[in-house]
Structures are given as structure tokens and as C-alpha cells.
Design a protein around this ligand. Structure first.
Ligand code: 2AM
Length: 654
């Protein structure tokens, strides 16, 4: 580095360290030489000396300056060298510092990584603990729920037990009540026997008297007929004047019940048969008398009233202003009559009674209405027609009635009367108390059945998904009074209806008491019913072709023994007609006949339960149920579309 450059470098870094400019000193000295020229001349020597001195000084100065410059340069170089060394030192320090820092950084990094790893371990540990805690909570919750479930199950079992106790208590009370009734019946029976003995004596006496009277009556009748012929002639003359008068003639003609009963005209099971009389005394019965005016209804009513005494009440259409020949004008009268019957029955809801309705009851409307009242008031209905030989003789009836009715009026009444001689069906109708007993047993069975695992396994048969449940008590609906149909007549439209009704056994046993035996209960997806095992005596009322008629629905039916179809419908699934119950029973019996005994599923309290496939369950009762029933008939209001309506075999699920 030359001096100029070193000066320049120094000027940039340390300007204060530069030497004062040499040119400036020389300039100052040069200016002093000019001033000497202007001064007055003191001598040339002096001047030359001065000049030499000056030049010497200048040369010295020059040398000094050069020496100084050289020193400065050296100094600068030394400084530069120093600086360089310092810089190198600093660089070395810097590098070391960096290395140290790098090392520190690496250590710090390592430490941080270690911390991070520890933090992660800690968090993992926390997470694991949290999971353990949650699992523990879950387990506790599960245990708690299980405990609750167990308690709920215990509670339900307790409720069930209480319900069973309550039912057992009810049953015990019912039995006690029945025992009391039985005792009362026995007492009454004894009384009745005594009464019968007296009556027999009386009857013998009466028979003798009747024979006598009969002869007298024949003479009287001839005399009366003669008088009537004369009277008729007179009446015909007066007919124009008497046109509006339709009231009875009053005391001139005898009322239909004022004459002595014709022999055999009162031979009804409820008057003659001991067993029937005993049952009626302990039961609730509505006797609906029917027949055209003059047929002898009031005489029958009186005989029933005499027989059942305090138990019997007679409701007579005449007392309510009913004119059967003019039903439209008698609407209020019918209403009053029905109200009186309902008031009487509902005043003693469970007490035994015999209620007699004495009216022509020649229309389906009236028969159905009275049947409806009987069902509501828990009475079994028996329809009775006087058994006088003239009861359907239109030529004799006008003479027998105490009322002045035209032939046309008789004919107008006779039309609907004849249309309803045959009922909707004949059958055994269970008495109210036995109905309760059977319904209770059936409910118990259904309640148990739908909780059985074996039943749940086959829920698909009932169109119910496997995991779902079915409440069989709600699934089946029961309508009307419990009965065992013998012959479905459909008011005479069904094949063989008339022939059946005319059988001696049917006529003689109509209105009499029976004890039916229920041997099994069965359930299918369509119906629930009870199998009735008929005795020899009961089979006389069973139509010979009852099973054969079911052949279109159950092909094997015709090969089954007589009476196989006998059943009581206990309930039908939605949209299923009761007639299906008999077909369902026949199907099961056909399988049994075929050697299939069903899969024995469970021994229940009531008996053994077997499964026959396709949702068919049969409970063979360990102890058959005995039920009291009356052989009677039923009329229903006609449904306009009853015959057209297609029978649905399947049900909708609740
Ligand atoms: P059920 O006896 O099986 O209960 C009125 O319809 C009553 O007559 C019902 O109770 C019914 O069945 C029975 N029933 C209906 N149609 C029938 C038929 N074609 N044959 C036999 N009984 C029938």
C-alpha cells in the first residue's frame, strides 16, 4: 500500500489521525520569501545567507516531512497489520462464538426435543387415563342400567304376581258366589219340586176340568161362530160408518189370553223342563214372544209369569199404545216399551230375571232391536211363538183376537212375520256368568301366549317382524254374545235351514238348558276360539253336514267326525269374519287326524300347548271348562252389503 492510498484509507476510517498538510507549511514559507523581496535591501549576503538558511531549513523540513511520512506510513502499516490481526482475531472469535452458539443451539434443540417427547408421553398417559376413566364410567353406567332393568323386571314380576293374586281372589269370590247361588238353586229346586208335586195334582184336576170344559167350549164355540157370522153380516152393513174405527171392541169379545190354553200349546222347555227352569231361575233371560194378534202370546206370557213368579216381568205392547198393524204410527210406543225393558234390566244389572216382551214382533227390526237390548243388558234371548194350532192360520186369527183387524192388515203383518220365521242362526248361547268365565280364561291364555319365546319365534306368522311384539288381547276383537253355532240359517237363505228348524229335536229342545264342555283353546293369525266337545245328547242338534259344508275351505273337513266343527268364537283379527274360527279349528283337527300331533311347546297351568305351523296354536285344557248355555237363535240387523262383502282371511297388524 502506498502512502497516498494509506492516507486515503485512514481518511475514510480515522480522519483526525492524518498529519497536517506539508504543502500548507511550504506555502507559508514561500509567502515569507515574497515579503522579503518587498522589504528594503539590507545587503545581498545577508539575503543569500538567509536564503540558504531558508533552503536548508526547507530541505530539513523536507527531510523531516519525508521521515515523518515514512514513520506515518510505517505506523499506518503497523496499524494496518494490527488491524488485520485484530480482524483475524475477531473473525476467529466470531467463528468460535458461532460454533459455541451452534453447540448451544444444538443442545437447546436436543433439550426441547426431549421436553416435547416427555410432553407427548405425559399427554398419552393422560389420554390413556381419560380413556380408562371413561371406560370405567361406561361400565358403571351399564351396571346401573342393568340394575334398573333388573329392578323394573322385578317390579313387573311383582305387578304380575299381584294381578294374578287379584284374579285368583276374584275367582275365589266368584266361586263363593256361585256356591251360594248353587245352594240357593238347590233350595229353590226343593221348593220347586214341592210346587211341582202340587202342580201335578192341580194339573190332574185341571185336566179333568179341561175335558169337561172342552166339551162345553165346543158347544160354546159353535154358538159363538154362529153369532159371529150374524155379527159379521151386521158389521158389513155398518162398515162404511165404522171405517175409521180400529179400536178393540172391548169386552164383547174375549181377549186372546182369556181362554183356556189349548192342549200342548204351552209345551215349552222353559215351562216343562226341570233343568231349564233351574238354570233360568239363576240366570238372566229375555223371552221375546212373537206371533200375529190372536195367536196366543198373552197366554204364554201369563204361563211364564206364573211359573217364574217374582223373577218374571212382562212388558206388553198394548200397555204402550203399540198398534203392530201400523208400525210407523207406533214408533213412540216401541220407544217407550224398549225404555221400560232397559230400565228394568239395568236396575238390577246382575240379578237373575226372566223378562217377557209380549208383542207381535213380526219384523226383523224389532227382533234385532230386542236382541241388541238383551246383549247390552247381559240377557240370553229366547224367541217363542205360541204353539196353538191356529197361530199361523189367517182365517182363524181374526176371530181369536179381541181386536177388530181387517184381513188385509193380518196379511200385511204376516209377510214380514214369515220372512223371519227362520233366524240368522241357531246355537247354544252361553249364560252371562259363564261368558265371563270363558272370557277371563281366554284373556289369561292370550296374555301368556304372546310372552312365550316359542311364540315370539313364530311372529312372522302374524305378519309381525321378529323383533317386534304383538299384544294378542288387542289383536283379536270379540263382538256379541258368546255362542256355539249349530245351524247358520241366514233367515232361510242357507241350504237346509228350513229342514233343520223343522226337526223335532230342534223344536223340542229350543229354549232349553245345556252344559257344554270346552276341551281346548286355539289361536291362529285370524281367530281365537274354544273347541266344544259335544255329548251324544247335544249331537242331536248338530246338523249332519256341518263339517261337509266347510269342505271348500278345509278339504279334509268331510272326513272328520260329526261335531268336529263345534266351537265358540272368542275373537277375530281385524277384517276377519267369525265363520273363519270353525275353519281354523277344522284345519288343526285335520292335521291331528293325519297323525300330526303338533310340536309340544310348553306345559302351561291350563294345559299343554302345541304348535301346528302357520301360526296355529292349540292348548288342550287339562281340566275342560263346563259352561251353561241355552239353545236358542239370533236375529241381527241386516247389513246391506253383507252377502256381497268378500271375507278377508288376513288381518291388519295393530
Ligand atoms: P261362528 O259360529 O263361528 O262364530 C253369525 O254370523 C254367526 O253365525 C257367527 O257367529 C258365525 O260364526 C256363524 N256363521 C256365519 N256364517 C256361517 C256359515 N256360513 N256357516 C256356519 N256358521 C256361520
Amino acid at each position: 500500500m502506498d502512502t497516498e492510498q494509506s492516507h486515503k484509507g485512514l481518511a475514510e476510517t480515522h480522519p483526525e489521525k492524518l498529519p497536517s498538510p506539508v504543502v500548507g507549511e511550504a506555502g507559508k514559507l514561500a509567502m515569507t520569501g515574497h515579503e522579503a523581496e518587498k522589504m528594503p535591501m539590507k545587503g545581498m549576503d545577508e539575503m543569500a545567507e538567509l536564503k540558504k538558511e531558508e533552503e536548508m531549513k526547507m530541505a530539513e523540513l523536507q527531510k523531516e516531512e519525508e521521515r515523518k511520512e515514512a514513520e506515518i506510513q510505517k505506523e499506518q502499516e503497523r496499524k494496518m497489520e494490527l488491524l488485520q490481526k485484530q480482524q483475524d482475531m475477531k473473525m476467529e472469535e466470531f467463528r468460535k462464538e458461532q460454533e459455541r452458539k451452534m453447540e448451544e443451539f444444538m443442545k437447546e434443540d436436543e433439550r426441547k426435543r426431549e421436553e416435547l417427547r416427555k410432553e407427548q408421553d405425559r399427554k398419552e398417559e393422560e389420554l390413556r387415563k381419560e380413556q380408562d376413566r371413561k371406560e370405567e364410567e361406561l361400565r358403571k353406567e351399564h351396571d346401573r342400567k342393568e340394575e334398573e332393568l333388573r329392578k323394573e323386571q322385578d317390579r313387573k314380576a311383582e305387578e304380575l304376581r299381584k294381578e294374578q293374586d287379584r284374579k285368583a281372589e276374584e275367582l275365589r269370590k266368584e266361586q263363593e258366589r256361585k256356591e251360594a247361588e248353587l245352594k240357593e238353586q238347590e233350595r229353590k229346586e226343593a221348593e220347586l219340586k214341592e210346587q211341582e208335586r202340587k202342580e201335578a195334582e192341580l194339573k190332574e184336576q185341571e185336566r179333568k176340568e179341561a175335558e169337561l170344559k172342552e166339551k162345553e167350549k165346543e158347544a160354546e164355540l159353535k154358538e159363538q161362530e154362529k153369532k159371529e157370522a150374524e155379527l159379521k153380516q151386521t158389521e158389513e152393513k155398518k162398515e162404511a160408518e165404522l171405517k175409521e174405527i180400529e179400536e178393540p171392541k172391548g169386552t164383547e169379545e174375549p181377549k186372546e189370553d182369556e181362554t183356556e190354553p189349548a192342549p200342548g200349546s204351552l209345551s215349552f222347555a222353559l215351562l216343562d223342563q226341570e233343568q231349564t227352569k233351574v238354570l233360568l231361575q239363576a240366570s238372566r233371560t229375555l223371552v221375546v214372544l212373537r206371533g200375529l194378534p190372536g195367536s196366543g202370546k198373552s197366554r204364554v206370557a201369563r204361563a211364564i209369569a206364573d211359573n217364574f213368579q217374582d223373577l218374571c216381568s212382562v212388558f206388553c205392547a198394548d200397555d204402550h199404545g203399540i198398534k203392530p198393524e201400523n208400525p210407523e204410527a207406533s214408533m213412540d210406543g216401541y220407544k217407550a216399551l224398549d225404555e221400560a225393558v232397559v230400565a228394568h234390566c239395568s236396575a238390577q244389572k246382575t240379578a237373575p230375571m226372566v223378562v217377557v216382551v209380549d208383542d207381535t214382533n213380526h219384523t226383523l227390526d224389532r227382533l234385532a232391536r230386542l236382541g241388541e237390548i238383551a246383549e247390552q243388558q247381559r240377557l240370553v234371548v229366547v224367541f217363542l211363538e205360541p204353539r196353538t194350532e191356529w197361530s199361523r192360520d189367517l182365517s182363524q186369527l181374526p176371530k181369536k183376537t179381541g181386536r177388530d183387524l181387517k184381513e188385509a192388515q193380518f196379511e200385511a203383518m204376516n209377510g214380514p212375520f214369515e220372512d223371519t220365521i227362520l233366524p240368522l242362526f241357531f246355537g247354544w248361547f252361553l249364560t252371562p256368568t259363564t261368558q265371563d268365565k270363558v272370557k277371563c280364561t281366554s284373556m289369561d291364555f292370550l296374555k301368556t301366549l304372546d310372552t312365550l319365546e316359542a311364540f315370539k319365534k313364530h311372529l312372522a306368522d302374524f305378519n309381525v317382524e321378529a323383533e317386534k311384539e304383538v299384544d294378542l288381547e288387542q289383536y283379536f276383537q270379540s263382538k256379541g254374545i258368546l255362542h256355539c253355532t249349530t245351524k247358520f240359517c241366514d233367515y232361510g237363505k242357507a241350504e237346509g235351514a228350513k229342514e233343520y228348524a223343522e226337526q223335532t229335536a230342534v223344536k223340542e229342545l229350543y229354549g232349553s238348558a245345556f252344559e257344554l264342555t270346552l276341551s281346548a283353546l286355539f289361536v291362529t293369525p285370524r281367530t281365537v276360539g274354544a273347541r266344544v266337545s259335544l255329548s251324544e245328547e247335544q249331537l242331536v242338534l248338530w246338523p249332519a253336514n256341518a263339517e261337509k259344508e266347510a269342505q271348500p275351505e278345509v278339504p279334509a273337513a268331510a272326513s272328520l267326525p260329526l261335531g268336529s266343527r263345534a266351537h265358540v268364537t272368542l275373537g277375530c283379527a281385524n277384517g276377519v269374519e267369525p265363520v273363519q274360527t270353525g275353519f281354523d279349528l277344522l284345519e288343526i283337527l285335520a292335521l291331528q287326524q293325519d297323525g300330526q300331533q303338533g310340536e309340544l311347546v310348553e306345559e302351561m297351568e291350563l294345559g299343554s300347548l302345541a304348535y301346528y305351523g302357520n301360526g296355529r296354536w292349540l292348548l288342550s285344557l287339562r281340566e275342560p271348562i263346563s259352561v251353561q248355555a241355552i239353545f236358542s237363535s239370533l236375529y241381527n240387523p241386516k247389513k246391506a252389503d253383507q252377502t256381497k262383502e268378500k271375507r278377508k282371511k288376513w288381518c291388519t297388524i295393530l
